[in-house]
Ligand binder design. Structure first.
Ligand SMILES: Cc1cc2nc3c(=O)[nH]c(=O)nc-3n(C[C@H](O)[C@H](O)[C@H](O)COP(=O)(O)OP(=O)(O)OC[C@H]3O[C@@H](n4cnc5c(N)ncnc54)[C@H](O)[C@@H]3O)c2cc1C
Length: 330
């Protein structure tokens, strides 16, 4: 059940200055919101799509402590209810620009609104990386998918390929094995980045075949996907593979475009924003939490950890500002 807290009319928001603007509405954002609200500061969460981020489109989560096994949508909903229990409003809008003006952070949204905050937390997460091959865009929604949980049911008793070698590829492939007739796991290397527990589980499935050292060169079809053109790197040959669909899990792209104007933000070579575990950026009052931050492990647990840090550090920063204004020390 969605419970959305109204934030009042457009006029009042435009005038209002929040303590903390939280951009994004996934686990990192919700955790930050809880920490800020519990410290009696006023935060707002601005989310462009569905609350819960990637968790909302994940099938079953079984590695987040306290939840032995829970549907992603259910966990997303619980997190949202948790932050709302502390009175943090969730506003639905896409932030297109975040700038700093006169010591305030100003978030401009696609629908023409602005939100102002004394501090800001970037928690915009990441989105799936594309293969970049012919047919990928053309057949998106017609056999090409980046979300097994969302689209898997369209492929009941059909033949699909999953592309990738990381945790997401394997967990989503495991999910699909219960739906499809046959599944090919296509990976460009011999070895996998995925955790061995997932690799072993997939190997045991009778309807799975691994195609290794192989890359996808083209996704072909008529009105929908009907085959892949593959290239075997070891044998240096091209071949086609008939499939009804292809699920692509080859990494993530950080959602950083709205922050390009902020001078002083640093990015790693994959485009993720650099900040230490404390989530503090080089820009005073600006924090970065969750999958959008440069780090090794992108999981709910690490996003939640970042959110806790970002919320805490934002509150500390606000208190320093207040102390400086009153000329006192705490
Ligand atoms: C298929 C799948 C399965 C997974 N399974 C697991 C698992 O089993 N266990 C586990 O621990 N992790 C799992 N993960 C990873 C986990 O979901 C992420 O690490 C976690 O959700 C990251 O949280 P986040 O808050 O940093 O970002 P996200 O969850 O990506 O949330 C970011 C939010 O920001 C919003 N946003 C982006 N740009 C803007 C903007 N400009 N304006 C406003 N809002 C914006 C997005 O719409 C999104 O809702 C899985 C991920 C996927 C995709």
């Amino acid at each position: 059940m969605l419970i959305l807290t109204p934030t009042g009319g457009q006029e009042s928001q435009e005038e209002k200055i929040y303590d903390v603007l939280i951009i994004g509405g996934g686990p990192a954002a919700f955790t930050a919101g809880i920490y800020v609200a519990r410290a009696m500061k006023e935060a707002i969460i601005i989310e462009k799509e569905a609350p819960g981020g990637q968790v909302a489109v994940s099938d079953v989560i079984d590695n987040f402590p306290g939840f032995i096994e829970i549907k992603g949508s259910e966990l997303a909903n619980r997190m949202m209810q948790h932050v709302q229990k502390f009175g943090v409003p969730i506003e639905f809008a896409e932030v297109t620009r975040l700038v700093k003006e006169d010591d305030l952070f100003v978030a401009h949204t696609a629908d023409g609104r602005t939100f102002k905050g004394k501090t800001a937390i970037i928690a915009t997460g990441a989105t799936p990386r594309k293969l970049g091959v012919p047919g990928e865009d053309k057949f998106y929604g017609a056999g090409v998918s980046y979300c097994a949980v969302c689209d898997g049911h369209f492929f009941r008793d059909k033949v699909v390929a999953v592309v990738g070698g990381g945790d997401s590829a394997f967990t989503e492939a495991l999910y699909l094995t219960g739906i499809v007739k046959k599944l090919y796991l296509i990976h460009r290397r011999e070895g996998f980045r995925a955790q061995p527990i997932y690799v072993e589980a997939l190997k045991k499935k009778p309807n799975v075949e691994f195609i290794l050292n192989t890359i996808v060169r083209e996704i072909r079809g008529d009105t929908k996907v009907n085959e892949l053109l593959l290239y075997d790197r070891k044998q240096d040959i091209e071949f086609t593979l008939p499939v009804d669909g292809v699920f692509i899990y080859i990494g993530m792209l950080p959602a950083v475009e709205p922050f390009r104007e902020l001078e002083g933000l640093e990015y790693d070579n994959q485009g993720f924003i650099i900040a230490p575990e404390t989530t503090e950026t080089k820009i005073p009052g600006l924090f970065v939490a969750g999958d959008v931050r440069s780090k090794e492990l992108r999981q709910i647990a690490t996003a939640v950890s970042d959110g806790a840090y970002a919320g805490t550090k934002a509150v500390e920063y606000l208190e320093e500002l207040e102390n400086a204004k009153s000329g006192g020390s705490s």
